[in-house]
Design a protein around this ligand. Structure first.
Ligand code: HEM
Length: 538
């Protein structure tokens, strides 16, 4: 084997087994033995039964039988591209991550996706979109695994299987748009009212993007940056598309799903092939790393809340350009494995309970999806930094480990000291006080407000955007069978805004319920209440 020469454009060279054109003048078995025939199996005579002895027949059919791997349990439908990220240096004061330094160029691979549909589903459905970026930095892989909506349905990862089960097709018919699946989705999001904010974004034009190239991306959670002096800053990551944010209208989305279910996938690949490389600026909102991890009354550890940009502007820290399509969908788009735990020195996680559960889930699911623990060695997942881990063996191991002492410190194999200190490494634990004035399973009191940010979002919409939201709720709730679910959904809408609730109730032919919470445009913070007064913008 030659050295590892995987290149970020998706082409592999050098390592003989990895760059296989499958276009040679003659055919061989997988073992390299030359074949003279591939169209007729070996039989006991021209009209006789097929012989087990035919190795080529068995190898060809067996391999074909195993060509598929499980699709992702969520985000199964996706499209991806290679590119490059260039740091502006603007984050140098708050993070020691080398790839954020001015002018440093880092290869990236980005996969966009829908959440609920299966691998072959249509692109232009109403759904959240995934926006996952792998940065192949000199200090290791950093994955920013975000969505095109800045908040999430749930506050605690323990509910993730439940919200996904509620949205996926029912076991009997497996029809994604079946009325019964509408009932379970709306049942969940109206009983777990923390989902109100994300659901409202989904029912807005943000739920049906025009193009992957015209979507914002959000890290959603609050992350912790660490600078060279060890000072920490809390941040939220944002991707801002240079092409602006654009959506389809519902009728366009439906017609497109029928006429061209691959619309977004085609749009991305065509644009890149034509040299119209899509670009996004990466930016951060920054917050002081205070003990309570609150900012202007907003709990930074609650993934159902955002921080309005009026309160904390997004500061650009780099530019990403997607400039090459994958050369093999399976090898790259399908086999790429993102993980929130893939961090580099200078970027760390926080105690957001949704984020913490994700830290477990992705590696766990990938062990099933990619067949064992060694998928990090696949070309698309391989770091561009030198690796010196202590991992051994396992299914599909391709490294040939040497030496007898995979532990530290050791005195064999030439000896090896303890690891160096914190200053050079990633995964630095910032001391945080852990208090338990409530039961350890309880959520923080600050997680209790489920409506005020949804109200802010509604208030920030133009008249046309509001019309689209009313139409979306009326259409989607109209698909529910259960009157009780529709009525509960109207109660949730009453807690967002009476005018939204009334219009949807009229559309559904149901009575208008009273709000059960105060409708003053006040979040937990005076700053938010101020914003509520200034809006709507139209
Ligand atoms: C996949 C985003 C919450 C479990 C993904 C992907 C994205 C994403 C973008 C697709 C990655 C790709 O293209 O390969 C998010 C965001 C979340 C969130 C932004 C909340 C802020 C969760 C939670 C869990 C979870 C709470 C579980 C507790 C998964 C799993 C996959 C996945 C199992 C499939 C991964 C794979 O097969 O490689 N998520 N997710 N996600 N997510 Fe999440």
């Amino acid at each position: 084997r030659g050295p590892d020469t995987y290149s970020p454009t998706g082409r592999t060279t050098g390592a003989r087994q990895r760059d296989v054109a499958q276009a040679g003048a003659y055919l061989t078995t997988a073992q390299g033995a030359r074949l003279y025939e591939t169209d007729h199996s070996l039989k006991a005579g021209p009209r006789g039964p097929v012989l087990l002895q035919d190795h080529h027949l068995r190898e060809k059919v067996t391999h074909f039988d195993h060509e598929r791997i499980p699709e992702r349990v969520v985000h199964a439908r996706g499209a991806a591209a290679h590119g490059v990220f260039r740091g502006y240096g603007a984050a140098a004061g708050i993070s020691k991550a080398a790839f954020l330094a001015e002018g440093v160029e880092t290869p990236v691979f980005v996969r966009f996706s829908t959440v609920l549909g299966s691998r072959g589903s249509a692109d232009t459905v109403r759904d959240t979109r995934g926006f996952a970026t792998k940065f192949y930095t000199d200090e290791g892989v950093f994955d920013l695994v975000g969505n095109n909506i800045p908040v999430f349905f749930i506050q605690d990862a323990i509910k993730f299987p439940d919200v996904i089960h509620a949205g996926k097709p029912h076991p009997d018919r497996e029809i994604p748009q079946a009325q019964s699946a509408h009932d379970t989705f709306w049942d969940f999001v109206t009983l777990h009212t923390e989902a109100t904010h994300h659901t409202l974004w989904n029912m807005s034009d943000r739920g049906i993007p025009r193009s992957y190239r015209m979507m914002e991306g959000f890290g959603v959670h609050t992350f912790r940056l660490v600078n060279a002096e060890g000072d920490t800053t809390l941040v939220k990551f944002h991707w801002k598309p240079k092409l602006g944010v654009h959506s389809l209208v519902w009728e366009e989305a439906q017609i497109t799903a029928g006429m061209d279910p691959d619309f977004h996938r085609r749009d991305l690949a065509d644009a890149i092939e034509a040299g119209a490389f899509p670009e996004w600026e990466l930016g951060v909102q920054t917050f002081p790393d205070t003990e309570d991890q609150m900012f202007q009354g907003i709990d930074l550890l609650d993934a159902t809340k955002l921080v309005p940009e009026e309160l904390a502007p997004v500061r650009p820290i780099g530019l990403m350009t997607l400039n090459a399509n994958p050369s093999n969908f399976f090898a790259e788009t399908e086999q790429v494995a993102f993980h929130l735990g893939h961090l580099v020195p200078g970027i760390d996680v926080t105690n957001d309970p949704l984020l913490q559960g994700r830290l477990f889930s992705y590696l766990d699911t990938q062990i099933t999806r990619l067949g064992g623990p060694n998928f990090g060695q696949l070309p698309i997942n391989r770091t561009h930094a030198p690796v010196n881990d202590m991992l051994r063996d396992g299914m599909h191991q391709t490294a040939v480990h040497r030496g007898v002492a995979p532990y530290r410190p050791h005195s064999l194999d030439g000896g090896c000291p303890f690891l160096a200190g914190e200053e050079t490494g990633a995964y630095i634990e910032v001391p945080v006080e852990v208090s338990a004035s409530r039961k350890a399973r309880d959520a923080a009191v600050s997680f209790d407000d489920h409506f005020s940010q949804a109200r802010l979002f509604w208030l920030s919409m133009t008249a046309t955007e509001r019309e689209h939201i009313v139409a979306a709720y009326t259409f989607e709730l109209g698909k529910c069978w259960e009157e009780a679910v529709k009525e509960r959904a109207l109660m949730v809408l009453a807690n967002i805004a009476p005018e939204l609730c009334t219009q949807v109730a009229v559309g559904l032919g149901l009575p208008v319920p009273e709000a059960t919470v105060s409708l003053a445009p006040v979040g937990p913070s005076p700053a938010l209440s101020q914003l509520g007064k200034e809006w709507p913008v139209d």
